[in-house]
Design a binder for this molecule. Sequence first.
Ligand code: NI
Length: 165
Amino acid sequence: MATRMIRTLGDECLNKVCKEVKEITPRTLELIDDMFETMYEANGVGLAAPQVGVLKRICVIDVGMEEPEPILLINPRIVETSGEQVGNEGCLSVPGKTGVVRRANYVKVVALNEKMEEIEVEGTELLARALQHEIDHLNGKVYVDLVEGELQDVKPDDEEGEEEE
Ligand code: NI
């Protein structure tokens, strides 16, 4: 395992629609391991493959819940949403910034695991936010375009409460 360089805003990889994964190769498994390591190293709660420069529909999430985490999603799609939440969001590709984003409060996602088996992941609140944020990355979208009001600087004493994806 190794950590990979996280691309930041302005890198064109963050604005590309990623390709579906057709098969799991040893390289794919290495990428997945590296994505988890990179996310944990950066104290993030989620990371999508384009953030490390790979234009494939893969993301990893760990918002610190016991079950069902950590989550690996390959070719994920949102099949159900409900409710609404408004809250602060951050992104490992936009270091030091946060902004208010409106999201569904509940989502159900269908995806594949590393064995190419279909899985279903449901989440509310922070997990729902992370699922929507990461799947946006796979479609070339970064949360800054959804921010209501101004992007804010993360205050150093605030860092505890900020989740970066
Ligand atoms: Ni992000």
